[in-house]
Write a protein that binds this ligand. Structure first.
Ligand code: ZN
Length: 297
């Protein structure tokens, strides 16, 4: 049974990086995101956990990193989420192309996909990023202290692409449990859209790449995707459905800013389901987000 009556879509995406300083410089100075939280990996407190987002930490705008200094590069392949797409306003593409050129960041495109224009580039660790000109990009709160004018600023995620050997079971999970609907196909790419209007981060694409090599974890690869559960009851319902589907799912873990469950989807990508509450302002006011190191209790 689908969960139709709550916000769905991506809550946050977490990836691996090598050098924390280089990571911060790229995502704040170049992409204009706000560093909204500096904390540590709750499962390995010797490692930073850096959160970037819009001006207020809106779910669907949150990209987080575990930066391990000296970590070697991973390999993109099947069983991974590979391309992270950010939404930008329809009129912002020329601004971003110019910005990448000025900052000597190689990019490819513009290309067309599902009627939208987009470009592709990589972060300093090789993480694959896209900017998608999206006429329906949600009007979230850009971070105005950064050198990107608000009218061109990133509007949260557009979505993310999974590379899969065999998408059938993953498709069923997205539709039957996580609240997505199938929204067409282009070449070997199938699109799924979350059933919530005007929320950021509504797209999951599955790229069907049978026989391609498996991905390997390392710098520049996605660690997991977290989906939104509006509250604990919805999360409990999803927990039960995931377990009934025969997948191994963790108990609820307290991540201070949200509560989470984790499971590996049938294709191998690590999924999390995170609550919107209590949110990133639980331990510092919105004006001071990211300004101090925050440690778990
Ligand atoms: Zn997470």
């Amino acid at each position: 049974m689908a969960n139709q009556n709550h916000q769905t879509g991506i809550h946050h995406i977490t990836a691996l990086a090598s050098h924390p300083t280089r990571n911060v410089r790229f995502y704040t100075n170049i992409l204009g995101l706000r560093l909204i939280k500096r904390t540590v990996n709750f499962d390995d407190p010797s490692v930073w956990h850096l959160y970037y987002g819009d001006g207020t930490g809106t779910p669907g705008s949150i990209l987080t990193f575990f930066p391990y200094p000296g970590l070697g590069p991973g390999r993109h392949g099947n069983g991974q989420a590979v391309e992270i797409a950010f939404a930008i306003p329809q009129t912002a593409l020329a601004f971003w192309i110019d910005r990448l050129v000025v900052n000597r960041i190689n990019f490819e495109g513009p290309f067309e996909r599902f009627g939208q224009t987009w470009i592709r580039f990589r972060d300093p660790d090789g993480l694959q990023l896209e900017l998608v000109a999206d006429a329906t990009a949600p009007d979230i709160t850009p971070w105005t202290a950064m050198p990107v004018p608000p009218e061109y600023a990133i509007r949260g995620f557009h979505g993310i692409t999974l590379w899969e050997d065999n998408p059938e079971d993953t498709t069923r999970l997205l539709i039957d449990i996580l609240g997505y609907r199938a929204a067409g196909r282009e070449d070997n790419r199938q699109r799924f859209i979350a059933r919530s209007d005007n929320a950021p981060a509504r797209i999951i694409d599955i790229r069907h790449t049978p026989g391609f090599w498996r991905g390997a974890s390392g710098a520049g690869t996605v660690h997991h995707i977290a989906f939104r559960a509006g509250n604990d009851d919805i999360q409990a319902q999803i927990h039960e459905q995931v377990a009934q589907a025969g997948l191994t799912v963790t108990p609820v873990r307290d991540r201070a800013y949200f509560r989470s469950i984790y499971f590996r989807e049938p294709g191998g990508v690590l999924f999390e389901v995170a609550t919107d509450t209590p949110g990133f302002t639980i331990d510092e006011p919105v004006e001071q987000l990211g300004s101090a190191l925050k440690l778990p209790a």
